[in-house]
Design a binder for this molecule. Structure first.
Ligand code: SAH
Length: 245
């Protein structure tokens, strides 16, 4: 029986892979990867490595989760080192837990290799400090997927809200946060394709988002909170000092 590694591929930039993930990719016999994986990462593998795309984006599922589970199990009977490569961290909205349980129930050895999640990397790379003394002492990572039935009132007191998979639902999320008592003037940022050469930031406020939402491309991380304004301030100060120079 081979061993399955559930590996976090990081947020996008191949340089943000962990050394452990890098080494595993170099020696893997099989790699099953998702849509959010930067294809450059796959060049690390050895020439005879079997690379298989099993990705899913929104509702366009390439393989249902059950089939991915079965496939991993079958591969474990044939190969030594199976890498299941997922964007970000395998356990942050990555269904890694389901794969872990399925394989463990069948006696397959599994190791999890944490990755840098986009939930944290996206705001960081957009110069948004998700915690900041006297401004934000808590953050929550929440799914914005319309099917998850999030009660946004539960998150009103969290200083910084980091919302994944929220682009489609962005206007409704803003409305519900305002209705639940969040300040409509609170700044919001969307960070598209974070840590890649195509990274783009869209800044708005909860009010504007609830009335006239700006265009946002996927994948993007949505950040709500006063720390977003701080990021802008930092940017403005930097520009100012450049002009002063
Ligand atoms: N396990 C992943 C998250 C999977 S859910 C992780 O830890 O990052 C997919 C969501 O992640 C997307 O809808 C988007 O909100 C976010 N995402 C992943 N990679 C991203 C990137 N490079 N830039 C912006 N958002 C990203």
């Amino acid at each position: 029986m081979g061993k399955v590694y559930l590996v976090g591929g990081g947020p996008g930039d191949p340089d943000l892979l962990t050394i452990k993930a890098y080494k595993l990719l170099q020696s893997a016999d099989v790699v099953l990867y998702d849509a959010l994986i930067n294809k450059d990462i796959l060049n690390i593998t050895k020439p005879d490595c079997l690379k298989m795309y099993v990705g899913k984006r929104d509702s366009r599922h390439t393989l249902p989760q059950e089939e991915i589970n079965e496939l991993l199990y079958k591969f474990a009977g044939v190969y030594d080192k199976i890498v299941r490569l997922k964007g970000g961290d395998p356990f942050v909205f990555g269904r890694g837990g389901e794969e872990l349980m399925f394989l463990r129930e069948r006696g397959v050895e599994v190791e999890v290799v944490p990755g840098i999640t986009s939930a944290v990397a996206a705001p960081s790379s957009a110069l948004i400090p998700i915690t900041h003394r006297e401004v934000a002492s808590s953050f929550a990572v929440v799914t914005g997927h319309p099917n998850r039935g999030i009660n946004w009132a539960d998150f009103v007191k969290v200083d910084t809200l980091i919302i994944l998979m929220g682009v489609k639902n962005r206007q409704k999320i803003a409305k519900e946060l305002i209705d639940a008592g969040r300040d409509p003037d609170q700044p919001v940022a969307f960070i598209e394709k974070a840590t890649t050469p195509y990274q783009r930031e869209v800044f708005t406020t909860l009010r504007e988002l609830s009335q006239n939402p700006p265009e946002v491309n996927t994948p993007a991380v949505m950040v709500v909170g006063e720390v977003v304004g701080l990021g802008n301030l930092v940017g403005a100060l930097a520009e100012q000092s450049i002009t002063l120079l």
